[in-house]
Structure formats: structure tokens, C-alpha cells
Design a protein around this ligand. Sequence first.
Ligand SMILES: Cc1cc2nc3c(=O)[nH]c(=O)nc-3n(C[C@H](O)[C@H](O)[C@H](O)COP(=O)(O)O)c2cc1C
Length: 221
Amino acid sequence: MDVFEAIRTRRSIRKYKDKQVPFDNIVTIMQAGKYAPSAGNLQNWKFIVVKTDVKRAAITKACLEQEWMEIAPVHIVVLAEPKKAERHYGARGARLYTIQGCAAAIQNMLLTAHSLGLGACWIGAFDEDEIWRILGLPEEASVQGVITIGYADENPAAPPKYRIEHMMFFEKWWGRIELPKRHIGHWSTFNMKAVYEGKKLAKKVHKKVTEKVKEKFRKKQ
Ligand SMILES: Cc1cc2nc3c(=O)[nH]c(=O)nc-3n(C[C@H](O)[C@H](O)[C@H](O)COP(=O)(O)O)c2cc1C
């Protein structure tokens, strides 16, 4: 499965089979998290794998009682160390880069789970204090998200997505492609190049034809 295909076909899975996930797969998924980009390559994240029934039940409760979560055989809790980013980048590191890095790691893990034939879901609704208590976290750890993983027992339809035109702008907020016939030479570098090459070719052909015609006239005289 190529990357775009994995991105396009991944779904949030909320029903799981009663089947264990091989440990190798769990490690591969976390490796994918590890390879995510992070500001200054700080990698200020930790991933806690939770498999025991009691802890998964407690995490489910802490995730505002999203009951379906308990069925997933694996939960991965994604934690950040914002202080580490703060030391390098100040408040921006702690508040923005840390969250963005963990989000990139989570998405890598979701896609890898999907590519391994597993289902997964990103959980952002949770009581952070409760998760701290359940996992015995240190003060510097910040809970960024929970991922449920298991074999999918559902095949959800793709949720509606806006057309690309709704979000794709050019050069400015709400910038649209201009009509090529009105602004040819301006609307894209591709067309500018095509017009330039076309003109060059036309000049070359014109020169050759003129030379041939002149030569014919010369021979006739
Ligand atoms: C930051 C974030 C938080 C989310 N939190 C939850 C959640 O608490 N519970 C849940 O069931 N899904 C959660 N989701 C999954 C979204 O509901 C889901 O991605 C969205 O409906 C689109 O469906 P898809 O993932 O199948 O494309 C979350 C997704 C993101 C990115």
C-alpha cells in the first residue's frame, strides 16, 4: 500500500475483534511514531502501551466513558515532555511544537496500523488528571492522546470530506486560479514555460520555412 493510499483509506475504527495484536506489530507502530518529525529533532514524547484489562477499562473511563474503547486489545497513550521543548524554544516550544510533534507521531502510528491490516482510532477526549493517576505519570508528562488498536470488526464508510477547492488557495487567502485564456503566461509557471517553449519552436519553424522558400525562389531565378 503506498502512502497516499494508506492516508486515503484509513478510517477511525471503533469496533474490534476479540483477537490479540502481535507484539511485533505494536513495536512497528511505535517505531513509526518515533520517525515522526519533531522541532529540533527533540523527540520529546513517550508512548505507553496498555494491554491489561483493568487499565484499559480505567483509561476508557478516563476518556469520558467512550465504552467501545475497552474492547480494543491495545491502547497506546502518547505523552509529551513540554519542559524539554521549553528549554530550547520557550513557550512556543512547550505549547505549539510539542503538540504538533505528538500529533505527527500519532498520525504516523495510525497509518502504520492501517498498513499492517489493523484498525485504530485517535482519542483526544480524556481527563488528563485521571490518566496521570492511572499510569503513575511524573509531573513533567503531558497527556497528548490515546490510540486504540486492534483488528477491525467494522468497515465504516468514508466520512464526507470537502472538495480540495474548498481549502486550496494560491498566493493569498481565498486566492483562486485565474482563467488560463485571460491570463495565459501568468496563471501558472507550467503554462508560462509551455508558452515560452511554444514561441521558441514557432520562431525556429518560421526561420526554417523562410530559408527554404527563399532558396526555392533563388533556384528558380
Ligand atoms: C485531535 C483528535 C481528537 C479525536 N478524538 C476522538 C475521540 O475522543 N473519540 C473518537 O471516537 N474519535 C476521535 N477522533 C477521531 C475523529 O472523530 C475522526 O478522525 C473523524 O471523525 C474522521 O474520521 P476518519 O478518522 O475515519 O477519517 C479524534 C481525532 C482527532 C484528530
